[in-house]
Design a protein around this ligand. Sequence first.
Ligand code: HEM
Length: 514
Amino acid sequence: MALKELSCPTFELCLSLFSTIITIIIVLKLRSVRVKSKENIVTLPPSPRKLPIIGNLHQIGALPYRSFKGLSEKYGDVMLLQLGHIPTVVVSSAQVVNEIMKGNDLALSNRGQSRATNILLYGSNDIGFGNYGERWKQKRKICVRELLSPKMVESESIRLVREGAVAELVDKVREAAAAAGSVNLSELLVEAANNIICNSALGLKNDEKGVRRKHSVKALAKKVMFQVGVVTLGDHFPWLAWLDVLTGHLQQFKATFQALDPLFDDLIAERTSSIINRETPAAHQTDFVDILIQIQHQQLPNNNAISNNDIKSILLDMFAAGSETTSVTVEWAMSELMKNPIELKKVQEEVRRVVGQKSNVEESKVKQMEYLKCVVKETLRLHPPAPLLVPRVATHHVKLGGYDIPAKTRLYVNVWAIQRDPQVWDNPEEFIPERHRHSHDTQDFTLIPFGFGRRGCPGMNFGLAAVEYMLANLLYYFNWESPQAQAIDMTEIFGLVASKRIPLHLKPIPFSFQ
Ligand code: HEM
C-alpha cells in the first residue's frame, strides 16, 4: 500500500504529534545527559605517572613517609597514588587535616584491613583495625573510659606496674654497666615497655602457671606486633593471594594465632571463675582482664554484650599499639639528647633538682618537670612512632583540598612531613625542646603524633606517663656517654613503627649526689 493512500488529516495530525513527542523526549534526554555529565566532573588529586599493575609502588622506598614527602613537594598536599590495586591519597599539610576534622572525620573513620589483621586480630574486629560502627564504638568506649582513662593511668594499680617495670630497667642498666661498661638500651627499653603493658593487662600477682603463661603471651604478642605490619602480595594484588601460601606468610600468622588464642581462653576462664566465686581482686591489683570480664558480666547477655573474642582483641591491641610506640619514643629521646649535650645537661639538671637527693624518683614529681615534657614533645615531633598514623579508608566520596576523593580510597596522613614543615617550624630539622616551652596545646594539627579525631590514639595519657617516667629515671640515676665517643647513628627502619635501625648502645655512669 502506497504511503499516499494512507494520507488523511487524522493520520497527519497523529504523525506530527508523535514526532513532537519524540523531539521533546530527545531534547530532555540530551539536557539531562549534559547536566549529569557536568555533575560527574570529578577532579582527582594530582598523581605521579604510574606503571601498569604496580601503579606507583616502584616510587615508594623502605621509608614510605620520606618517599611521600619527596613526591608531595612536587604533587601537592593532597596527592593520589595507586599502590598495587589500592587507590591511596596522601595528605601532607596541617590545613588539610583541619579540613578533615571540620567535616570529613566520620567519612574517613574506617580502617584498611589486611590478611595479617584478619587472621591475627579476630577478623580485624579489634579497635585499631576494625571498621567504624556501633560494635566498634562500644569497644573503643570501654578502652577510653575504663582501661586508659586519666583516672586509670594515675590509679595505684597502674602506678605500681610502671614503678616496678622502671625499677627493673634501672637495675638492669646498672648490672649491664658493671658487667660490660655499655648497654644495649634499645633492648632494655623494649622489655620495660612490654612489661608495663603486660602487667597492666594481665596483673602483677601471678602463681607459677600465671607467670609461665605471661611469659608466653609476651613473646607471642611481640610476634603479633611484627606480623600485623606485614603486607603480603595478596594485600596489594588480590589475584596473587594464593602466593601468600607459598611465601609461608599465612601459615606463620595462623601459627601465632593458634598458639596465643588458647592462652587467652585459659586466662579468661580462670578469671571468670574467680569473679563468679566473688574473689574480686583488691583495688590496687585490678588489671585490664579483670575490668573487661567484669564489664562483660554486668552487660545483659544479648547481642550487645562483649564477647570473649572482643576481650582478646582488645588485649592484643594494647600490646600491639602500646608497647613499641612507648619504647621507641624513649629510644629516640635518648639518642637526640646524646647528640645535643647542652639539652641533655639542661634536662638532667631539671630532673635532679626536682627529685632532690632521694632513693627513688616519685612519679608525682614528673608533673613539675617542664623541660622534660618539652624534650618528649620535641622527640615526638621529629620522630613520630607512627609517621603515617594508621591508614584510614573513605566510606563514601569526600572532598579534600578541593579534590574529589572517591569512596574506598585509602588515606595516609604524613605526620612526619607535617611536623617538619618549614612553613610551620623554624629550623625544622633541629632538636629544639625549648620551642615548646610556652606553646599551648593548640588545635592547629601541626603536632599530631597521637593522630586526631575519632580514630586518634586512646592511649596517649598512658603512653606519655610511661615515656616521661622512664626518661626521668634514666636521667636521674645515670650520666651517659657514647661508647668510644662514637657518633650516634640516627637512621630509621620502618615496620609497625619507625624505630632506630641500629640499636642504641650507651655507656651509663651511675650518678651520686655526693
Ligand atoms: C608514645 C606512645 C604512643 C604513640 C605515639 C601512639 C600513637 C598512635 C597513633 C598515631 C595512632 C593512630 C591514630 C590515628 O589514626 O589518628 C594510635 C592508635 C591507637 N593507639 Fe596509640 N600511641 C601510643 C601509645 C599507646 C598506648 C600506650 C596504647 C594502649 C595501651 C595505645 C593504643 C592505641 C589504640 C588502641 C589505637 C587504635 C585507635 C583506633 O583505631 O581507634 N597507644 N596510636
